[in-house]
Design a protein around this ligand. Structure first.
Ligand SMILES: [Zn+2]
Length: 95
């Protein structure tokens, strides 16, 4: 798929945008500055954050019997998820 789309159809619209952007999925999902895509990404990030917060809240209630904000330490689930994210980040972006 990355090799099929050579130029981003959103960045390359308009006469004053001379810079051609590679239209791969990474560009579309992370870097594209198109206002429509930036708005969609922001909307999705808020939904994901809200879902993760609800998950951590549930885990805290289940493990400690207290809401996330009142727990003295993070839940085992949150600890594991953060460790996995950190490991994946290290594998993908540091080398
Ligand atoms: Zn773009």
């Amino acid at each position: 798929m990355d090799e099929i789309i050579k130029a981003c159809p959103f960045c390359n619209q308009g006469a004053n945008n001379k810079r051609k952007s590679i239209g791969n999925l990474e560009h579309l999902h992370i870097y594209c500055a198109s206002q429509l895509l930036v708005g969609a990404r922001s909307f999705c990030h808020q939904k994901i954050e809200k879902a993760i917060f609800a998950l951590y809240y549930f885990a805290s209630m289940r493990e400690y019997g207290t809401p996330l904000q009142e727990a003295l330490r993070i839940s085992s689930l949150q600890e594991r998820m953060e460790r996995i994210c950190s490991d994946n980040f290290s594998k993908n972006y540091k080398s």
